[in-house]
Design a protein around this ligand. Structure first.
Ligand SMILES: *[C@@H]1O[C@H](CO)[C@@H](O)[C@H](O)[C@H]1NC(C)=O
Ligand SMILES: *[C@@H]1O[C@H](CO)[C@@H](O)[C@H](O)[C@H]1NC(C)=O
Ligand SMILES: *[C@@H]1O[C@H](CO)[C@@H](O)[C@H](O)[C@H]1NC(C)=O
Ligand SMILES: *[C@@H]1O[C@H](CO)[C@@H](O)[C@H](O)[C@H]1NC(C)=O
Ligand SMILES: *[C@@H]1O[C@H](CO)[C@@H](O)[C@H](O)[C@H]1NC(C)=O
Ligand SMILES: *[C@@H]1O[C@H](CO)[C@@H](O)[C@H](O)[C@H]1NC(C)=O
Ligand SMILES: *[C@@H]1O[C@H](CO)[C@@H](O)[C@H](O)[C@H]1NC(C)=O
Ligand SMILES: *[C@@H]1O[C@H](CO)[C@@H](O)[C@H](O)[C@H]1NC(C)=O
Ligand SMILES: *[C@@H]1O[C@H](CO)[C@@H](O)[C@H](O)[C@H]1NC(C)=O
Length: 643
């Protein structure tokens, strides 16, 4: 999150493609299509090869304006063209004494294959021009055979059951890490910073007001705020201490109003409600940024609809919900939900920047949270007697749901984090955003639930992808001898180091590691609710890694009273705790959670006191408590005094 790669040209990032996959052998056949610089066209293919499973292309591009998008379209092994069968090229070098540049790409494409190059499209976005070269070139593979897909390693540990060290760390009592996380999360809500207004959340205690040489996160991000306020909402719902219940309620109403102020800010850019980032005085940040980010309106609406439902359960009136939360038409300065929901309904299919703010595409995370907002919104509108809006939202939800299948790649056994060409060298298509999408976007209706076959398979692929990436993964035990879960980052190709980008700069993050813990706890809870479990060939690798002791057999149903089922639940508890222990292991002595911990030495790095880090540890702890049957945990956290 919180990082837009505005400065670095795409070409710089291509250097981080896993070039080790490319066979460096002489049998590689490169076809030169045009040897000399063109003089009568703005885009022309220079050369290409499909060697060792990678497509390597070089193209002449006329320098007609600054912002250029160059895309090569091709067909896969079946001769089919989809949004996946295209490559986004990056700037490579200028060609001396000409007005031309070389643009290039070197991308593994063997999983879907390549048969024909279709066309090259060059969009000169500043001047609104598009130039095309038709190709229709049949491509032959050369070099060594493509590498075999990376095998899932054997698990390095087989934890079982909850552990006391983690129970103590997350205890709902004064002085625990859970208490510390709550206190520090609240420090960042309505922060005590000059000019900050009520209803805002500062993303981290990192920036000019905090006098640190760290990235400037002194802004209110729509996404981070909504996810943080969702934790406040959980505390509000569980709270039984009147004074605190009122405090949480007031904060949530301020948040609702703050969101309405953002929606009506005259300085919003073209992104409209997809504007991702605001100053703490709650006016839009209008500098260059990755926009729109269309998940924010969805997660903001989800948090506020949950709040409204609990507010009414606690005796709040329907008319307050209508006036102070829902009806943006009658109360545009107060009530944001209707406007955000209608924005989602009309914009879900538009490309948008991802939750890491790096890439404009069609993102699984964004789609899933939008879906949940629409599904919840349809019910909510009906409750408020707004049948027309309810119909609009339901029909958008149905259309959106029909697009979700496209993210599943049977060849990779993976839910692709985005449906489009390889961007920024992310050729693995692996991103923890998929699991975050399920956590924030599962609507409770069996569509991409925690135990969905594809989600389970993806969770395994994603989590194990970091084993070879982070040296710190080789430390597998804490000093008490208990296992540490895999350090989890955003995606394996990440180069963001918390301040800028550097080669091998990407690190594991606290919040993404907490995501795996929360996910595994929730998988176990969902299995228990279902009461039985059957493994198929899509989910078998997940259970072989995360629950090997159960010895599950394919296609055999195990009901909840079997020993195998109990063993699966115990293993998931053990691994969930191992992931929390990983966080604990890399938490500084005082308990502060930054954004990341260093891939080599495990020391905290990047933005200090990241609000989302605290929020995600708390939501993981809530999921753990739910799995353990501790119904009073959230209530006890809610009751802890703070500030
Ligand atoms: C333009 O390029 C073509 C070949 O690509 C060449 O034959 C021709 O002489 C060039 N014209 C000029 C004016 O350079
Ligand atoms: C630039 O192009 C050259 C020649 O095709 C290639 O060897 C090199 O890898 C490219 N560099 C980048 C960053 O793509
Ligand atoms: C290039 O190919 C893609 C994929 O088939 C197609 O969608 C697009 O329309 C083509 N562009 C042009 C200008 O032919
Ligand atoms: C929590 O513990 C701290 C010391 O760790 C103490 O100063 C504080 O009074 C305690 N708060 C409550 C509410 O017990
Ligand atoms: C949202 O949808 C509206 C109406 O379809 C459209 O005008 C607007 O450009 C879209 N905005 C974004 C950010 O996608
Ligand atoms: C909000 O804060 C920003 C950054 O400090 C400042 O540039 C802007 O003028 C402020 N806007 C208002 C309306 O106070
Ligand atoms: C919202 O406000 C508008 C304008 O006052 C009104 O026409 C509409 O009926 C209201 N909708 C709901 C659900 O309250
Ligand atoms: C892990 O790897 C690092 C660097 O590669 C090395 O210094 C360290 O000793 C290793 N630790 C273990 C426990 O293997
Ligand atoms: C996996 O199972 C499905 C459905 O039972 C079957 O069609 C498919 O061939 C199996 N795939 C493998 C690799 O065994």
């Amino acid at each position: 999150m919180l990082f837009k790669n505005t400065a670095a040209p795409l070409g710089a990032l291509l250097a981080f493609c896993p070039s080790t996959l490319v066979a460096q052998n002489t049998a590689c056949q490169t076809t030169t299509v045009q040897a000399s610089v063109p003089n009568n066209t703005n885009v022309a293919l220079h050369s290409y090869s499909y060697c060792g499973g990678s497509l390597d292309v070089s193209v002449y591009i006329a320098n007609v304006n600054y912002n250029k998008v160059v895309t090569l379209y091709y067909t896969d092994s079946q001769g089919v063209s989809t949004p996946l069968t295209s490559v986004s090229l990056g700037y490579n070098s200028s060609i001396p004494d000409t007005n031309y540049e070389f643009w290039s790409a070197n991308t593994p494409v063997y999983l879907d294959g390549l048969t024909e190059l279709l066309n090259l499209t060059y969009q000169a976005t500043d001047i609104g021009q598009t130039y095309v070269q038709q190709l229709q070139l049949a491509v032959k593979a050369s070099g060594s055979p493509p590498p075999a897909p990376a095998a899932i390693p054997s698990p390095y540990a087989s934890p079982s059951g909850f552990s006391d060290d983690i129970t103590a760390w997350l205890a709902p009592s004064n002085g625990s890490q859970a208490d510390f996380s709550k206190t520090h999360m609240f420090l960042n809500i309505n922060p005590d910073i000059d000019g900050a207004v009520k209803g805002t959340v500062v993303a981290a205690r990192s920036g000019p007001s905090y006098d640190q040489k760290l990235p400037d996160y002194e802004y209110d991000w729509v996404r981070d705020s909504s996810l943080t306020m969702d934790v406040v909402q959980s505390l509000y719902a569980a709270s039984r201490v009147d004074k605190l219940t009122r405090k949480y309620k007031d904060m949530l109403f301020h948040y609702a109003q703050g969101r309405a102020v953002e929606q009506t800010d005259p300085s919003l850019t073209f992104a409209g409600l997809g504007e991702p980032k605001f100053y703490l005085n709650n006016t839009a940040f209008t500098g260059p940024w990755g926009r729109p980010q269309n998940d924010g309106p969805a997660t903001a609406a989800i948090t506020l609809m949950e709040f409204a439902n609990d507010y009414m359960k606690k005796g709040g009136s329907l008319s307050s919900v209508r006036d102070r939360i829902y009806n943006s038409t009658s109360n545009p300065q107060e009530a944001p939900v209707l406007k955000d929901l209608l924005f989602v309904a009309s914009n879900w299919s538009s490309p948008s920047f991802d939750l890491w703010e790096e890439e404009e595409s069609t993102h699984f995370y964004t789609r899933l949270v939008q879906r949940r907002a629409l599904v919840m919104g349809a019910k909510f509108a009906t409750m408020l007697g707004d049948g027309a809006t309810s119909d609009t939202l339901s029909s958008a939800a149905i259309q959106l749901t029909a697009t979700l299948d496209q993210f599943w790649s049977p060849n990779r056994k993976l839910i692709l984090y985005e449906y489009g060409p390889v961007l920024h060298g992310k050729s693995s298509f692996i991103d923890i955003a998929v699991i975050l999408g399920v956590i924030h976007g599962y609507a409770g209706d069996d569509v991409y639930s925690y135990t969905n076959d594809r989600v389970l398979a993806s969770a395994l692929k994603i989590s194990t992808s970091f084993l070879d990436v982070y040296p710190i993964a080789n430390v597998t035990k804490a000093s008490n001898g208990l296992p540490l879960g895999i350090p989890i980052g955003r995606y394996p190709e990440d180069v963001y180091n918390g301040v800028g980008t550097s080669s091998n700069g990407g690190n594991p993050w606290y919040l993404t590691t907490a995501t795996m813990a929360q996910y595994l706890y929730s998988v176990a809870s969902e299995l228990q609710t279902a009461g039985s479990l059957t493994v198929n060939n899509v989910t078998a690798p997940f259970f072989a890694y995360y629950a090997p002791a159960a010895g599950l057999k394919l296609s055999k149903p195990y009901s909840s009273n079997t020993q195998e089922f109990a063993s699966v639940i115990a293993s998931l508890k053990g691994w969930g705790d191992a992931y929390i222990r990983r966080i604990k292991y890399h938490t500084a002595a005082g308990g502060n959670l930054a954004e990341e911990f260093n891939r080599n030495n495990g020391i905290a790095q990047g933005a200090a006191d990241l609000t989302w880090s605290y929020a995600s540890l708390l939501t993981a702890a809530f999921a753990r408590a739910a799995l353990s049957g501790d119904e009073s945990y959230v209530q006890k956290i809610a009751a802890l005094a703070y500030e």
